[in-house]
Design a protein around this ligand. Structure first.
Ligand SMILES: [Zn+2]
Length: 67
């Protein structure tokens, strides 16, 4: 595999993780606006958001190209 192909795959993976995080965050904000969430539901959304953000942060050290 060429460096260029590696770079493209690397960037697609990072973009996917970033998209997942943004999506879970947006959905969490949306459901909070729709109705009052229980404490457990709020904690669940917070947990999902933190988890997505952690996956993104974990990936960053492996992301060696500038895409
Ligand atoms: Zn990349």
């Amino acid at each position: 595999m060429t460096d260029l192909q590696n770079a493209v795959l690397c960037c697609i993976e990072r973009e996917r993780l970033e998209f997942e995080w943004l999506e879970v965050r947006t959905r969490g904000q949306y459901v909070r606006r729709l109705r009052r969430l229980s404490r457990a539901e709020q904690a669940e959304w917070d947990r999902r958001e933190q988890e997505a953000l952690r996956r993104l942060a974990d990936y960053d050290p492996e992301h060696r190209c500038n895409g």
